[in-house]
Design a protein. Structure first.
Length: 490
């Protein structure tokens, strides 16, 4: 078999439960679904660190965050290290990355291993973004999703047809602040988006980490997030303060300029949710459009049969689940990544797998399909056999997760843990330090255990239930074994 082309499409913060092929009840994603329907959908794809830059570094290197050097959002990626694009490039691939990089810029932080790159500056802007093309900063006019799609189409059409190619088409959307294109500005305008089942979660059985997280739909949005006009004493980047009373309280949408009042706190919370989720889904719709154009282009170029197409996101996201937005936690909506893949020459259409795969495994799988030896120091495993053979065994039945950025954003505590197919054990180890970096807010370490078969929404922490005592011992043993295998010694 000839080396396949690889089109690796990735978004930022796109939760799988806002894709119709994953059963979304709030939107339709026909082109993402095309990939699943023409190939395969994974229902248990997870990230090892649910935050943007670290996840991207894991994907590039096939190594955990503490080994690739990107533990937090502030760590620049050292491009001198081994990555799967470099290995593909050495094996004869024409390589490119277009869109979001978010791993630093200049010097060793610029993308390496790519014949062509044009990446967003930092987090990236939705309109008229600054991008770094082959070491030169430029401003590109238009909407970022459309720009990234058009440049990706040009890369495919203008490729060196004597070589296989690997293109990373990486979108900013649907990352905060969820700025929409004119095309989709009125999508869902007259609809009421369904609230998730856990929208009013009270965190009753969880430890303090859940209760103290500052990413709540009701209290933690900025005026900019919801496209609201701030009062004279506030700025767009200020949080919308929760009202002591609803009497005389109003919020003003930018597009109408007409103040809205509320008869209950539940009505106010739903107003904020609708403002958030509609813009989020509008951003997803623009990405879905772009994916359709890429799939059509591969057909028109006559190379669809010879091309692996992957769609995923760098992590999951809370879409009002547990009353939250954002990610970072090891809870399911944040931990779980969408992953759909098609490759007509090797993957039977319409397959669904519940076998566990990780973002740590992507690099090894791409290399395996390309016939490139997988380096011994990569920590993931190729899941090529699972793609080609529905009877192939699982490559893993448990995973190790770690989030390092204690109280850095949204007041999220650092934690690590283990997820198996049936259970999740989370250890909040770093809560001893308050925001001041002192021990004046010391608390004992906290644990959470969830029985995922009985409690898929993770509402009932059973760590203190004596019925699970023996299981906890086994899970801790396995967790520390995985931690050691990951070479995480801290």
């Amino acid at each position: 078999m000839n080396q396949p082309n690889i089109v690796f499409i990735m978004t930022d913060d796109h939760a799988s439960h806002s894709m119709s092929c994953y059963g979304s009840k709030i939107n339709v994603t026909p082109n993402m679904d095309r990939i699943a329907n023409e190939g395969m959908r994974f229902d248990n794809c997870f990230c090892t660190n649910s935050i943007c830059a670290p996840s991207r570094a894991v994907i590039l290197t096939g190594k955990h965050s503490h080994l690739n050097g990107v533990i937090t959002l502030n760590d620049e990626f050292d491009g001198r290290q081994q990555t799967f694009p470099k290995l593909l490039q050495k094996a004869g691939y024409q390589t490119g990355i277009i869109g979001k990089w978010h791993l630093g810029e200049g010097g060793y932080a610029d993308p390496t291993g790519f014949d062509y790159y044009c990446v967003l500056h930092g987090q990236g802007e939705y309109f008229d973004p600054k991008m770094r093309e082959q070491g030169e900063d430029k401003i590109f006019k238009g909407y970022a999703t459309d720009i990234i799609t058009d440049m990706s189409l040009n890369f495919i059409k203008d490729r060196d047809k004597s070589k296989p190619f690997m293109l990373m088409c990486h979108h900013k959307a649907p990352h905060r602040p969820w700025t929409v294109s004119a095309k989709y500005a009125d999508l869902y305008k007259d609809e009421e988006i369904l609230q998730p089942e856990t929208f009013d979660d009270d965190y009753a059985t969880r430890c303090d980490a859940a209760r103290e997280a500052e990413m709540r739909i009701d209290n933690d949005f900025m005026y900019r997030d919801l496209k609201l006009v701030p009062p004279p004493t506030k700025r767009p980047m200020d949080k919308i303060p929760p009202p002591d009373s609803l009497e005389g309280y109003t919020l003003t949408p930018e597009e109408t300029g007409v103040p809205v009042s509320f008869s209950s706190y539940a009505e106010l919370k739903n107003f904020k949710y609708q403002r958030y989720i509609k813009d989020y889904l509008r951003c997803v719709a623009s990405v879905d459009d772009g994916i359709g154009q890429l799939l059509d282009c591969l057909n028109e170029e006559g190379i669809a049969e010879d091309t692996i197409v992957v769609y995923t996101s760098d992590q999951g996201f809370f879409l009002g689940d547990h009353g939250w937005y954002d990610k970072r936690f090891m809870y399911e909506e944040s931990l779980r990544m969408p992953f759909v893949i098609k490759y007509p020459r090797a993957i039977k259409a319409g397959r669904v797998s519940d076998k566990m795969i990780l973002n740590l495994d992507f690099a090894e799988t791409f290399l395996d399909f390309a016939g490139v030896p997988i380096p011994d120091d990569m920590q993931g495993k190729s899941f090529r056999r699972i793609l080609e053979d529905e009877n192939a065994p699982a490559i893993q039945t448990a995973m190790y997760y770690r989030y390092w950025m204690h109280l850095a954003h949204h007041n999220i505590w650092s934690h690590y843990g283990i997820r198996t197919l049936d259970y999740k054990l989370i250890y909040y180890y770093a809560q001893a330090l308050g925001k001041s970096g002192t021990i004046d807010e010391y608390r004992e370490a906290a644990w959470e255990l969830f029985d995922l078969k009985k409690d898929p929404h993770e509402l009932n922490n059973v760590y203190d239930n004596p019925e699970y005592a023996d299981l906890i011992v086994k899970l801790k043993d396995e967790m520390y074994k995985l931690k050691a295998e990951a070479e995480d010694e801290e």
